[in-house]
Write a protein that binds this ligand. Sequence first.
Ligand code: MN3
Length: 203
Amino acid sequence: MAFELPQLGYAHDALEPHIDAKTMEIHHGKHHNGYTNKLNAAIEGTDLAGKSIEDILTGLDMNNGAVRNNGGGFYNHCLYWEVLNPNDKGRLSGALLEAINKAFGSKEGFEEKFAAAAKTRFGSGWAWLCAHKDGTVEVCSSANQDNPLMPGIGCGGTPILGIDVWEHAYYLNYQNRRPDYVTGFLSLVNWNVVEKKYEALVG
Ligand code: MN3
């Protein structure tokens, strides 16, 4: 069973003015679609075919560039569209809020740390909010399409929120103003989705 490009679940213009429709159309339809197809080509006929993307990434041979780049690209963008879903966004609460307060002092403290990780990631990459099985949360960042599920990358937790800071994610709307894109992204976060991911992991 090959991996499939997920549906967005909302219109390309649903995140405007923070993320424009043209960027969404290209990012989802071209970039994410490309990672998906190349991942499928890279695992076809190997012992990775049929495994979940999480199993592929946690057991990854980091020298396998095709699976590292395209498997990461597939997984990372799936998370990105999910956490940006504008429907039923909720607000940060419950056990996740407690974990965030414990780690960062407050929601604002978290946002500062997350934004700093996103802004200072040199070149292309991602910044993450990750959860560990013991309930603690951590912010980290990684280069290119790597993510903390991969051996030796970032904080080693499971990403529950991720921002793409490749220029293709924001350049049409923001040009070089990555910090403004990060601020816009943070205003779009669907905390219902992030909380469900946290609860599924921590139990
Ligand atoms: Mn991208």
